[in-house]
Each structure stands twice: as C-alpha cells, then as structure tokens.
Design a protein around this ligand. Structure first.
Ligand code: PLP
Length: 390
C-alpha cells in the first residue's frame, strides 16, 4: 500500500480494512456480507447500535444528545442545520418574540463555511457574517489564511440570533479554528453548530458546548456515504401540532425524524455505518488522547520542516491557526510543485496536490496515518529541498 495523503475520501486504518476483508463474504457466520443484509435484521441492529454506543463512549457524548447517521454528506447538513434549527420549538418561540426572522451567524474561515453560508442564503435565510477571512493591510484583499481576533467578530445579539455556525477545520485552506475561541465568545443561550467533517475524532471534544456537530465520514471515520450528526435533544423539540414548523424540512434532512427512528426511517448507508463502527472501535482501542498526541506529532514534523526552509516550503496559514489535519504550502514555482508531487509518487506518497481551487501542495494527515508516514514524507521534503533549492 501507498502513503495516502488524500484530503478525502482518505486512508482508513489497515486493521479495519483487514477486518472488513475477513467479513466481506460472510459476516460473523451469517453467510452473507453486511452489504447484503436487511437493515431491519437483528444482526444489523447490533451493528448500528454498537457503532453508536462506541462513539458515545469515545467522545463522552452526554445522554441529552442524539447521535444520528444520515446520508447527503456535509453538504446536505449545510441545509439540514438551518432547516432543523428553524423548525425547533425554542428557536420559533424566540423568533415570535422578536417579531422578525432571526439571523444565522456564520464564521467564514474558508471554502466549507462559505459553502454553509451560501446554502442558507439559497434557502432564503437571514444571515450575518461574523467574520470573513482576514483582510490584507496593504491591498484589502480577503484571504482564508488566518482568523480575525475575537474583538473584531460581528456576533449578532443573542435575542436576534438563531444559531452560530462555524467549520472547525477548513479542509481546503488548512485553517483550524480552536473550538474554545468560539464557545467562549458565543452567548451560552445561542446554539453553536459546528462542521467537524475533517477533524472529527482527532482529539477529545466537549460535546456539551455545542448545539449540533455535523461531520461527513470520509476523512477520519469511514467510507463516504454516511454523515454523522450529534445534536442536543432539546433542539429536536417541535411545536404541537408541528405541521407548520416542519413544513419545508424534507424527511431525508429531518434530524428529529432520524433520531426518533434510530437513524433508520429509511434504508441507511448500511455498509458505511458498519465500517464506521469498526473505526470507532479502533479509536477506542488507540485512545482518543493518544490520537490527539499523534496528530500533534505528525503535523509538527511537517511544519518544522517547512519552518526550517520558509522560502522554499511556503506556508500560507498563520502559525496559530495551522490545521493539524490538512497542511497546505506552496513551492517557489508551479513547475517545482508538479515535480514535487511526481517525485513523491515515485516514493509511494500519493495525493499531494492542493485543492483544484487553490493549487499548491496539501498533505492530509488524518487519524489513520501513522507517524512513519509523516516521517517518510519529511525525509522526502529534506531530500527534495537539497536537490532543488538554488
Ligand atoms: N465540510 C468539510 C469541512 C469538508 O471537508 C467537506 C468535504 O470535503 C464538506 C463539508 C462537504 O462534504 P460532502 O462532500 O460530503 O458533501
């Protein structure tokens, strides 16, 4: 196998893949694959319930939070977050009291939070941009390379705000926003919705500080096709009769509908959930604190090498907000970047090119990447620098 630095779908732990391989034709003596199994069967019940229970232990998810598995990816959840919050009883009560639409506060720190904001605008929501990248002092141009200080955030008044939304790890721009900054800045009465698609399970989190956490599986959790939502149960409460409140929430995006049916109001992505369950077990065995340390160590190796040769490995993100999952940099020329990716591939290190919208180089170091992968990459960086610096 290669060292796979893809931003997603990305590498999975080898031991998980081996277990999947062993179970592929005959899952635990059932004579069939999980992918051939009815989601209404007892065996599948234990698979999905087991996955949920393991995740609950690993992230210490409190009982007043529902864990649901959905389809539609992170993108589906951009819409779902807005639609579900505006169908929620407490949000509707607050809106009625205000007498006009509540606003949705968005921290725009890169492409994915921008995508979330766009989706709400598309659905006709009233939005407020709390922060939009950082402005260059010289040109005034906005870039997603840092985070503006909290003192400059334009958070709405709590009584006028339905929720605050941010993306904790911007997979394309390589900017990671510390959750403590957001949870400390936002009034506790306002639910925080966080997209953790690309840093979920990389470290412990304090779930109770969030209204809802959304995360596509295909980076740290499992195959593409399933999306995780962890949501505080009071945000699932609807008005009685709730016909007006839920009008406009399609069933496939309805958190309450999913939560009330154990994530199975319709056919779930059965195989993907099964693999996620194995990954959750792997995380539990590794220990989430150990994965946190590993994440620091892996990213530290690469950033140290970049900082040794900053004119050659040109980091674009402010050091304070550098992502530990997706590390982006440029080389002095596009030709060198192509050469870098091609020579790395010859050494079995693949999927190094930056996102098509940005170019440059992007190295994704998710949970399944052992320290040796980062060490091999850094050894290559050194070699490449020595051969190509002027
Ligand atoms: N949010 C983040 C942070 C992402 O990285 C991505 C995709 O890479 C998405 C949302 C969108 O996810 P999906 O492609 O599953 O819709």
């Amino acid at each position: 196998r290669v060292w796979n630095f893809s931003a997603g779908p990305s590498a999975l732990p080898v031991s998980v893949l081996e277990e999947v391989q062993r179970d592929l034709l005959n899952y635990k003596g059932t004579g069939m694959s999980v992918m051939e199994m009815s989601h209404r069967s007892k065996v599948y019940d234990s698979i999905i319930n087991g996955a949920e229970a393991t995740l609950r232990r690993v992230l210490k998810v409190p009982d007043n939070y529902a864990i649901i598995f959905m389809q539609g990816g992170g993108t589906g959840e951009f819409a779902a977050s807005y639609l579900n919050l505006f169908a929620c009883k407490s949000v509707r009560d607050k809106q009625r009291k205000l007498g006009r639409p509540l606003t949705c506060d968005y921290l725009v720190t890169g492409s994915w939070s921008k995508g979330g904001l766009k989706e709400v605008k598309r659905l006709g929501g009233t939005t407020n941009v709390v922060v939009d990248g950082v402005k260059s002092a010289d040109s005034g141009a906005v870039s997603y390379s840092s985070l503006a200080p909290v003192s400059e955030w334009n958070l709405g008044k709590p009584e006028e705000t339905a929720f605050v939304y941010y993306c904790e790890n911007e997979t394309i721009h390589g900017v990671e926003t510390p959750s403590s900054l957001v949870v400390d800045a936002v009034d506790p009465s306002v639910p925080i919705i966080c997209d953790m698609s690309s840093n979920m399970l990389s470290r412990p989190i304090d779930v109770k500080r969030f209204g809802a956490i959304i995360a596509g599986a295909q980076k740290n959790m499992g195959p593409a096709g399933v999306t995780l939502v962890i949501v505080r149960k009071d945000l699932l409460e609807r008005e009685e009769p709730d016909t007006e409140a839920v009008r406009g929430v399609p069933s496939v995006l309805d958190w309450q509908y999913y939560a009330s049916a154990g994530s199975m109001p319709h056919t779930p992505p059965t195989f993907a959930i099964y693999v996620c369950g194995l990954v959750f077990k792997w995380v539990e065995e590794m220990g989430i604190d150990a994965l946190d340390q590993l994440r620091e160590a892996r990213a530290g190796l690469v950033y140290d090498m970049m900082d040794k040769h900053p004119d050659f490995y040109r980091g674009v993100v402010d050091k304070q907000y550098r992502s530990k999952m997706n590390l982006v940099f440029n080389l002095p020329t596009k030709e060198l970047e192509s050469k870098f990716a091609a020579e790395a591939a010859e050494r079995n290190m693949v999927q190094l090119k930056g996102h098509r919208s940005l170019g440059g180089i992007r190295i994704s170091l998710y949970n399944a990447m052992p320290l040796e992968g980062a060490q091999a990459f850094v050894a290559f960086m050194k070699e490449f620098y020595e051969a190509n610096c002027q």
